[in-house]
Design a protein around this ligand. Structure first.
Ligand code: KIV
Ligand code: ZN
Length: 515
């Protein structure tokens, strides 16, 4: 059986989704989880694009040991130099070079002739080969390129040293049959193509990213590029979990294998959804909440008699937990640490100690602490804590059906200074958010506000997600508390801390650029 490599680009193409801004800690946690999932290659970012991306790629390359870590690079020496600096500490450094090859992109975006594009591509691959043992080359907008030109440039970059050739459907335009034909065309028209790996990279604008990737595999691709939950630019990329499970369940048809640990799929999907704030639709294949729920009486009856009547994928295959472990107020630090590790999170001793305090506080108010509660607390402790920025000290909100809702908020900034403000609004949340806007002294547009409970029961934790826009920055935030208003305040502050972090990183980039 052929082996198919999974190239995960959640941290690069996925992070390009509107409103997704992951911080360093969050990216590292996702990278560690991708390593547990046993993807072959992690695309950790675009090192030359910003100081933050550079640092994230470098740390991920130095942390991850059992996957190859790569970074994106335009076909220019300065990008390649930055990528090498970021990736050289990796277990198997590889570079992902790209340049556009379609007439639309070459004429309007690059303003280069086809000959100039070939020259730039070849020169970039040769330069990259001085440093990187593995160079992957991508023809951006390959699917709207002229095939003879595509074959010509692919032949030249192979000659120059590229060992992986990626054929992206950048705009999500191709159909499965046509995509397969491109792979066949290249195999029949490019000398030495049998010595390189062919890779598929599909976007989902017409809803065909997964099926196009599968078609590429049927027509000779040995690598697929995809993201967890299919997040990515515009309509997103091909969803890793869907391709992986299709290849597994229909092994009889595809006749390929992978090295993925499918049991890590659900956990990876949850982690990415929580950290990015991109919700997984309930009916999403493989990882949606309803993917294994049988609703109609006839189906339920069938499944009770024999699972395979209506169930082609078992929830256990992708690691959907069959029951959730419950901790309570008598559980000790040891039990907590064990459970945290079983859930797949890596916490330092100090983080475990802090978590234990939060756990005890919650256990005083709530009888059973489920895995979902614990995960919510871990997120609060590990990812939502911006030590150098703002923290909530207290809120007080007054609401009555015949009163004007009023909120008073006290915040602490990174230096420990207190900021106190009060404001009114049409409702409690609006009063709270008007007050916070005053605290931050900047105009904030609230683009989205979502509230959900962590598990069931009246004493369940509330989890709030917000999306905000401040000037040209769009980002999301989340907050968890037993009270919905406190969770709402935390989510807003979390989003604002991300805005300040992005502004600080931009200022830092400008400083580097002008020095
Ligand atoms: O979609 C695309 O073309 C890309 C390339 C940079 C590989 O993401
Ligand atoms: Zn892409």
């Amino acid at each position: 059986m052929r082996n198919i490599k999974f190239f995960d680009t959640t941290l690069r193409d996925g992070e390009q989704s509107a409103g997704v801004n992951l911080n360093l800690q969050e990216k590292l946690e996702i990278a560690r989880q991708l390593e547990r999932l046993r993807v072959d290659i992690i695309e950790a970012g675009f090192p030359a694009s910003s100081k933050g991306d550079f640092e994230a790629v470098k740390q991920i390359a130095e942390t991850v040991r059992t996957c190859s870590v790569t970074g994106l690079s335009r076909s220019v020496r300065s990008d390649i130099d930055a990528a090498w600096e970021a990736l050289k500490g990796g277990a198997e450094p590889r570079l992902h070079l790209f340049i556009a090859t379609s007439p639309i992109h070459m004429v309007h975006k690059l303003r280069m002739t086809p000959e100039q594009v070939i020259e730039a591509a070849v020169e970039a691959v040769k330069y990259a080969k001085r440093f990187f043992p593995i160079v992957q080359w991508s023809a951006e907008d390959a699917c709207r390129s002229e095939l003879p030109f595509l074959a010509k440039i692919v032949a030249e970059v192979i000659k120059a040293g590229a060992s992986v050739i990626n054929i992206p459907d950048t705009v999500g335009y191709i159909t499965p049959k046509e995509y397969g034909e491109i792979f066949l065309y290249l195999q029949n028209n490019v000398p030495n193509i049998e010595n390189v790996s062919l890779s598929a990279h599909c976007h989902d604008d017409l809803g065909m990213a997964v099926v196009n990737s599968l078609s590429a595999i049927e027509h000779g691709a040995t690598q697929v590029e995809c993201t967890i939950n299919g997040i990515g630019e515009r309509a997103g990329n091909a969803a890793l979990e869907e391709i992986a499970v299709a290849l597994h369940i229909r092994k009889d048809y595809y006749q390929v294998e992978t090295r993925l640990n499918l049991q890590e799929i659900k956990r990876t999907s949850n982690l990415v959804s929580k950290l990015t704030g991109v919700v997984v639709p309930p009916n999403k294949a493989v990882v949606g909440k309803n993917a294994f729920a049988h609703e109609s009486g006839i189906h339920q009856d069938g499944v009770l008699k024999e699972k395979t009547t209506y169930e082609i994928i078992s929830p256990e295959l992708v690691g959907v937990p069959s029951n959730s472990m419950v901790l309570g107020k008598h559980s000790g630090r040891h039990a907590l640490r064990n459970r945290v590790e079983e859930l797949g999170y890596t916490l330092s001793d100090e983080e475990i100690n802090q978590l234990f305090v939060r756990f005890k506080e919650l256990a005083d108010k709530k009888k059973d602490i489920t895995d979902d509660d614990l995960i919510a607390l871990i997120f609060e402790e590990k990812f939502d804590h911006f030590k150098d920025f703002y923290q909530l000290s207290s809120i007080q909100v007054q609401y009555g059906t015949n009163q004007i809702p009023t909120a008073v908020v006290v915040l602490k900034d990174g230096k420990g200074n207190e900021i106190q403000e009060a404001a009114t609004g049409a409702g409690s949340v609006e009063a709270l958010y008007n007050t916070l806007e005053r605290c931050f002294q900047t105009e904030v547009t609230l683009l989205d506000y979502r509230i959900e409970s962590v598990g069931g029961g009246r004493d369940a934790l509330a989890q709030v997600f917000v999306k905000v826009r401040v000037h040209d920055i769009e980002t999301s935030g989340r907050g968890t508390a037993q009270d919905v208003l406190e969770a709402s305040a935390k989510a807003y502050i979390n989003a604002m801390n991300r805005v300040f972090m992005i502004e600080a990183m931009r200022a830092e980039n400008e400083k580097v650029a002008t020095s």
